[in-house]
Design a protein around this ligand. Structure first.
Ligand SMILES: [Zn+2]
Length: 52
């Protein structure tokens, strides 16, 4: 059960850590493949580990 649960949570909550200020930004599922801006410093956070 835990495996399924964590997989679901991973699908809904994408975390992306800002390399500049270290702020962990929560990326919405719809934006997981897009570049978003850090909420703290505004740096562009490109998608990581894109699924091929
Ligand atoms: Zn930042």
């Amino acid at each position: 059960m835990w495996g399924i649960y964590s997989t679901l949570m991973a699908a809904f909550n994408r975390k992306r850590k800002c390399p500049q200020c270290g702020k962990v930004n929560i990326i919405r599922l719809e934006n997981k493949d897009k570049t978003v801006k850090c909420r703290k410093c505004g740096k562009d956070l490109p998608p990581q580990n894109p699924r091929v």
